[in-house]
Design a protein around this ligand. Structure first.
Ligand code: HEC
Length: 289
């Protein structure tokens, strides 16, 4: 092939790629942008890893941990520092080690990460999304902050399952399947919104039925029923009402919802992801509670 023909071909491929990228916004995202979106918005890592005061997130401490996430005897879980600080954060870990900690719940020293990290769900994170999250975590400002260690007076599992291997995300053209991926492995909505048996196993016959109580400075908030039940779930709500609750924390009747749901982050969930989430919630069999 002549050099000229090669250049023509290259120009053609380039403009095709740019055309595609403009038409399908998501495809234009770099892994770093994708990682930022996941960590800061729909996966809402900062909701648990960024220390907060009475006026919200502490300035300059994004993802720096040392914040008591749950103090519910038999355990006291303190969020660790997940900024790239080399001594107090995860800056000394390799990409593979960070990915394994998130998706398999195993630290580089072999110890197992306890609740409330929803490892059982994170095991379903797609390879691309996991790699994007790791890339973004590496890029945030390092904050030197020692975090108190969590204490568990319950036995932690030795592992959450066999090594995960490879995971692909479901196709975005299947809204219900993609919404299930978002509500499970990515945003872990169903971690909070599904009742648990004693011992912490989810009751998979009642996905989305709610009922778990979350205590905090706000008192106690009970996770709502988000199944399609018309009487106790979201079955009678419009899409706009569901979207408003998720994005702004205002329920259908105007009541302001309590934490720990990550309204500050969910506000910026993309329109396409919101559509998929709602399609999935509508697909949940009605459960009365
Ligand atoms: C960390 C736990 C947690 C996570 C994660 C979570 N929620 Fe919630 N959610 C709650 C709690 C608790 C309430 C009830 C708050 C209250 O009543 O003040 C709630 C309320 C809601 C409501 C309002 C229902 C009503 O009747 O007012 C909707 C809708 C909802 N959640 C959907 C979602 C979706 C979708 C996701 C994932 C994108 C999600 N939640 C993630 C804990 C959680």
């Amino acid at each position: 092939m002549t050099r000229q023909a090669w250049m023509r071909l290259r120009r053609g491929v380039l403009s095709l790629a740019i055309g595609w990228a403009t038409m399908f916004g998501a495809a234009a995202q770099t892994p770093l942008e994708r990682g930022r979106y996941l960590v800061e918005t729909i996966a809402a890592c900062g909701n648990r890893h960024t220390p907060k005061g009475p006026n919200g997130p502490l300035p300059g401490k994004a993802l720096a941990g040392n914040w008591v996430v749950e103090d519910v005897p038999p355990f006291r879980a303190v969020a660790p520092n997940i900024t790239p600080d080399r001594t107090t954060g995860i800056g000394g870990w390799t990409d593979v080690q960070i990915a394994r900690a998130i998706r398999e719940g195993i630290r580089p020293d072999g110890s197992v990460i306890g609740p409330p990290m929803p490892i059982g769900l994170y095991r379903g994170l797609a390879d691309d999304d996991l790699a994007a999250m790791v890339a973004y975590l590496r890029s945030v400002p390092a904050v030197a902050q020692v975090a108190e260690k969590s204490t568990y007076r319950i036995p932690l599992p030795t592992a959450y399952g066999p090594p995960v291997g490879q995971v692909a995300a479901p196709s975005r053209s299947d809204a219900v399947a993609y919404g299930a991926y978002l509500a499970g492995p990515v945003a872990h909505c169903i971690e909070c919104h599904t009742p648990m048996f004693e011992g912490g196993r989810r009751d998979t016959t009642k996905v989305g039925a709610g009922g778990q109580a979350f205590a905090g400075p706000w008192g106690s908030a009970v996770a709502a029923n988000i199944t399609s039940s018309r009487t106790s779930g979201l079955g009678a709500w419009t899409d706009a009402e569901i979207e408003r609750a998720i994005r702004t924390g205002v329920s259908r009747d105007g009541r302001r919802l309590h934490p720990p749901m990550a309204f500050a982050q969910y506000r910026d969930i993309s329109a396409a992801d919101m559509m998929a989430l709602i399609a999935y919630l509508r697909s949940l069999p009605p459960v009365e509670r």
